[in-house]
Design a protein around this ligand. Structure first.
Ligand code: SAM
Length: 269
């Protein structure tokens, strides 16, 4: 680490100005990146995956905690030589130049367990999260920086205006906790909105992902309507299905608990 310039100086050295199209809002303050890394719990001896390392501030906070291996995937080719310079000091860093949306997380780390830590590009944050929810087997936890509004939707409970498909999908397969906010001024350039760090920990679940996803999308698509009409487009005997699932047909999607959604999924035929 002694041989490395500061993250800010490294970014300057490689002419790394932020590109909006890649959702780039960089963190140069190590107090903040250290706090993010610490929030993921134990790192020493663990496999870690970081999405979008950019100028490497968070990358360096993770590396200082001595992971077994840190794999980073970055789409921006300008960043790769900068990351190589960090790797010269940390041989346990592996760099992938590629698109995180195409990464097979099931095969990474040779099937061993790993944690995800990332300041995500906001334009693809929820798409990536949905992708990981589908194959959570090897994921120990995901510590993710996202827009505050998205984190509020992730952790929302029933009967809350933020409760929707995202809350149902995440919390049917994981535990989620909002940890703290980071103000726009902490990023370069400053985004328009506040960010929040969320920790998402996969748990054992026997709910069918695809069926639940279809039901939750349909129910929340017309969230003001009663279930007997909002679920109609699923083309089954809705009244009978709701009765079997022990759910009143005059309720609305946002009044259903995770157990209600699990029952609807099991009885979906
Ligand atoms: N981790 C850095 C930090 O905290 O300063 C940068 C975070 S910035 C919000 C998001 C990063 O993700 C950028 O470096 C961007 O180039 C990268 N990125 C955007 N889309 C990506 C994709 N599809 N796959 C991999 N990386 C991507």
């Amino acid at each position: 680490m002694q041989n490395l310039p500061s993250t800010n100086d490294l970014a300057k050295k490689y002419g790394l100005f932020a590109k909006k199209s890649l959702g780039q809002n960089f963190l140069f303050d190590h107090k903040i990146t250290d706090k993010i890394a610490e929030s993921s719990g134990e790192i020493s001896g663990k496999n870690i995956l970081e999405i979008g390392p950019g100028p490497g501030g968070l990358t360096r906070s993770i590396l200082q905690k001595n992971p077994k291996k840190l794999i980073v995937i970055e789409q921006d080719s300008r960043v790769i030589p900068l990351l190589e310079e960090i790797r010269a000091n940390f041989p346990n860093l592996e760099i992938i130049h590629g698109d995180a949306l195409k990464l097979d997380v099931g095969a990474i780390f040779g099937g061993e367990k790993f944690k995800i830590i990332a300041n995500l590009p906001y334009n693809i944050g929820t798409v990536l999260l949905f992708k990981w929810l589908e194959t959570p087997e090897n994921i120990e936890s995901m510590t993710l920086l996202l827009q505050k509004e998205v984190v509020q939707r992730i952790v929302a409970a029933p009967n809350n205006k933020n409760y929707g498909r995202l809350s149902v999908m995440v919390n049917s397969f994981c535990d989620s906790k909002s940890l703290f906010d980071i103000a726009p001024g902490s990023f370069v350039p400053a985004p328009k909105v506040t960010s929040s760090l969320v920790k998402i920990t996969p748990k054992i679940s026997d709910v069918d992902f695809e069926i639940l996803s279809k039901i939750a999308a349909t129910a929340f698509n017309q969230r003001r309507k009663m279930l007997r009409s909002s679920l109609k487009s699923l083309n089954l005997d809705v009244e009978n299905w709701l009765k079997k699932s022990n759910i009143k047909s005059d309720l609305r999607a946002e009044q259903l608990s995770l157990d209600d959604f699990a029952n609807l999924t099991k009885n979906f035929k």
